[in-house]
Design a protein around this ligand. Sequence first.
Ligand SMILES: Nc1ncnc2c1ncn2[C@@H]1O[C@H](COP(=O)(O)OP(=O)(O)OP(=O)(O)O)[C@@H](O)[C@H]1O
Ligand SMILES: [Mg+2]
Length: 247
Amino acid sequence: MVQPMLQVDGVTMKFGSLVANNRVTFHVNKGEIVGLIGPNGAGKTTLFNCISGFYTPTEGRVVFRGTDITGMKPHLICKLGLTRTFQIVKPLKEMTVKENIMTGAFLHVNTRREAEESADEILEMTHLHDKRDQLAGSLTIADKKRLEVARALATRPDMLMLDEPMAGLNQTEVKEVMELCVSLKENGLTLMIVEHIMEGIMPIADRVVVLNAGEKIAEDVPEVVVNDENVIKAYLGERYHAQSKKS
Ligand SMILES: Nc1ncnc2c1ncn2[C@@H]1O[C@H](COP(=O)(O)OP(=O)(O)OP(=O)(O)O)[C@@H](O)[C@H]1O
Ligand SMILES: [Mg+2]
């Protein structure tokens, strides 16, 4: 059997008596886009934190490309090729767009020239080239989100985990993020994406994992997940269900 890119094995995360993740198990294969969905407070961001080293899970194991990374420091996990973005974007406001991207590049390169070259490439890829000299603090929310992805890309990940990259964006901007994700996948990247905008995640996801109250309640291709009774009851409601049946 081909080894998955990421294996999450029985991950439990407790905050005192609150069980934010309860024995969550799933895997992500190389080259896939996997969506992670579920209601507010379901434990999606907590799971990202457990995978990317910001939290050490109370129980369970996280294996990235065969290496047990459970409890490893975030920058070391990043060096192994697994990078994540944050739900609340945190650009370095007093730095330009290009300089922000360069900070990511320094994980792998040592000279300013190399970091600039790397940043230029990513500016093109993420359509931020025209804004390269603007201060990050002056960007629109859509561009801040794009910059967040660009900074993550500068660390040269093999797998990228995005936490709500489409939140707060208009329809056109959502489409642009979808296109960016698909083009990253075509370039060989593996993606895991937390998202509440179903119109944004369902068309691009190969598979979807659904969390509810810390537990995985479904994992399947989007067409199956949107028709799953438990998922409809816990999260999607009748609205999206009815819409997806029509189309
Ligand atoms: N550091 C923390 N300390 C205590 N409780 C926490 C902590 N982080 C998260 N929680 C709790 O864990 C649960 C899961 O939160 P989490 O942020 O993972 O949800 P989420 O699925 O990302 O929600 P949303 O869709 O709103 O972003 C919530 O009840 C939250 O209050
Ligand atoms: Mg969250």
